[in-house]
Design a protein around this ligand. Sequence first.
Ligand SMILES: Nc1ncnc2c1ncn2[C@@H]1O[C@H](COP(=O)(O)OP(=O)(O)OP(=O)(O)O)[C@@H](O)[C@H]1O
Ligand SMILES: [Mg+2]
Length: 139
Amino acid sequence: MRYKLILDVKRGDFDAAGEASRKIKDILQQLGVSSKVIRKVSIAGYEGEMNLAIHSLGGKIILEVGEEELSLTIKDIGPGIDNLDLAMTAGWSTADDKVRQMGFGAGMGLFNMNKHADNFLITSKIGAGTKIVMKFSLE
Ligand SMILES: Nc1ncnc2c1ncn2[C@@H]1O[C@H](COP(=O)(O)OP(=O)(O)OP(=O)(O)O)[C@@H](O)[C@H]1O
Ligand SMILES: [Mg+2]
């Protein structure tokens, strides 16, 4: 393991929104990760961070950088997702009007995380929380 970082994301903290993904981007630049990989990780990280702030009760983003790949784990303490197939569908969202007025709620976040990660795994349990593990090859 070359590098590990754990960042907290609070529920509803829109002032701090984007800070965790910006920090991850800075660190990957310092580590000399290619801009192509940084772009994919940044998009996926930002979507994950916003989902924690908007939909979860709070959670963590864990970045682990190895020699050949890096992983981004995004996990929260609830409320969990009832239907993962539906949640993964482009355009499906439970965001309310307030969230939509802030420019979120297109229902594209999970779809784009899956698209940009080389490997994407989501597990969720109602009342327990959601965990997403994304892997990116450093090529
Ligand atoms: N961490 C989470 N905890 C609980 N529910 C979630 C979580 N992440 C996503 N969801 C649910 O899955 C739906 C789809 O998420 P997705 O990120 O794809 O879209 P969105 O956040 O609604 O809109 P967008 O990401 O385009 O702004 C959400 O509307 C929400 O119902
Ligand atoms: Mg989202």
